[in-house]
Design a protein around this ligand. Structure first.
Ligand code: HEM
Length: 343
């Protein structure tokens, strides 16, 4: 058995700064070839910038949307990769917005994220158009834009890896992950006008001390009641969140960039359904009375080895065999696996 393919740095601890870039790709052969080559250059670019400041934990995760995957790499496609599914009524909707490529850059210094983003976008070439870019910062006490500590219940270490990294359920794509992003804008005036006790019932935790409310106090519509989900055996299904606050106070912009990684998009989609539609329907997340999702995207994050292998993939030479329930076929990276750095 070859060693498992190392994942991209999806389950990293929170850093002080992050840049999120979502872009679309022109649908022409030159762009596709350039982006495939970029997949092979990504790790070297991260090294080139990050090596000079090893203590500042620079990392980058790259993901690809469903349509882009087909155009860039052809079949097979990761088993659960599909366009972002919208949830909720018109006045409270998790919207889907365009996005072929996601870049999630993290470091303890914004200048490192900025420098790397500059190189990565240049290398993607003229066929890449950024459609959204957010520069996030770590707020004091790890507090989100709405003043509550964020990330407390994130799994850590091995549990984070188990929650995010695909294993035997999709062997061709083992070592990969799915990621869902949403950019939220908050009505801070409305939120701040609420008594703290009401805010605490909306989040399901105390504001100052970040302690979970007990079951008798926590409403069924609390954020952490709707986002805690279980499998058929009653085991909690974890995801790893890397949310960051962002904004421009002078312009009245106050936001949260939600980013959730998991080994299947299903748990995150279930959480979105619970939040936006409600559980049961109508029993929705009151955080959404003060927060509007203005973007939404789902991306697949290939393992590091697959990212390398994809750079040499020619989808034209591998005719895609679509089937009724998606794509099947071999990824043909067996021969390329020998080129990985750890074998
Ligand atoms: C407006 C955007 C959001 C904000 C400001 C926000 C904020 C928070 C806060 C303050 C907590 C409690 C502390 C913690 O454990 O992290 C939390 C928990 C959580 N959130 Fe969110 N969140 C947002 C959107 C989302 C979305 C879209 C999802 C999933 C689709 C989600 C999933 C979760 C989960 C799984 C937990 C942990 C629940 C637990 O295990 O107790 N959040 N969030």
């Amino acid at each position: 058995m070859p060693p498992p393919s190392p994942p991209q740095p999806v389950a990293e601890p929170a850093t002080a700064a992050a840049i999120f870039i979502v872009g679309t790709l022109a649908d022409d052969a030159a762009t596709h070839a350039q982006v495939r080559a970029w997949c092979g250059d990504l790790a070297a670019l991260v090294r080139a910038v990050g090596h000079r400041a090893p203590q500042d934990h620079l990392s980058c995760v790259a993901g690809f949307g469903a349509e882009a995957w087909d155009r860039l790499f052809g079949a097979p496609r990761p088993r659960e990769l599909h366009p972002f599914i919208e949830y909720g009524p018109p006045e409270r909707r998790a919207v889907a917005t365009p996005g072929d490529v996601l870049l999630h850059l993290r470091a303890d210094r914004m200048d490192l994220c900025f420098e790397l983003a500059t190189h990565l976008v240049a290398a993607l070439g003229p066929g890449f158009t950024a459609v959204d870019e957010v520069h996030g910062f770590r707020n004091f006490d790890m507090r989100s834009m709405i003043g509550f500590v964020d990330g407390t219940e994130n799994p850590q270490g091995q549990e984070a890896v188990a929650a995010t990294v695909i294993g035997a359920e999709d062997p061709d794509f083992a070592g990969g992950s799915y990621v869902i992003v949403q950019k939220y804008l908050h009505d801070m005036q409305g939120w701040n006008a609420l008594p703290v006790e009401v805010q605490e019932r909306i989040i399901g935790r105390t504001k100052l001390s970040d302690i979970e409310l007990d079951d008798a106090t926590k409403p069924s519509w609390a954020h952490n009641a709707l986002t805690v989900i279980e499998d058929e055996n009653g085991e909690e299904i974890d995801i790893v969140r890397g949310n960051m606050p962002f904004g421009r106070p002078g312009m009245g912009e106050f936001g949260t960039y939600f980013i959730g990684y998991a080994r299947s998009p299903r748990p995150i989609e279930q959480m979105l359904e619970n939040m936006f539609v409600g559980k049961p329907a109508g029993n929705y997340d009151r955080l959404l009375d003060f927060s509007t999702a203005v973007t939404g995207g789902l991306f697949f994050v290939p393992s590091q080895d697959l990212l390398q292998a994809l750079s040499e993939r020619d989808p034209q030479s591998e005719p895609a065999p679509p089937t009724a329930d998606g794509y099947t076929g071999s990824l043909c990276i067996g021969s390329l696996k020998g080129q990985t750095h750890h074998e």
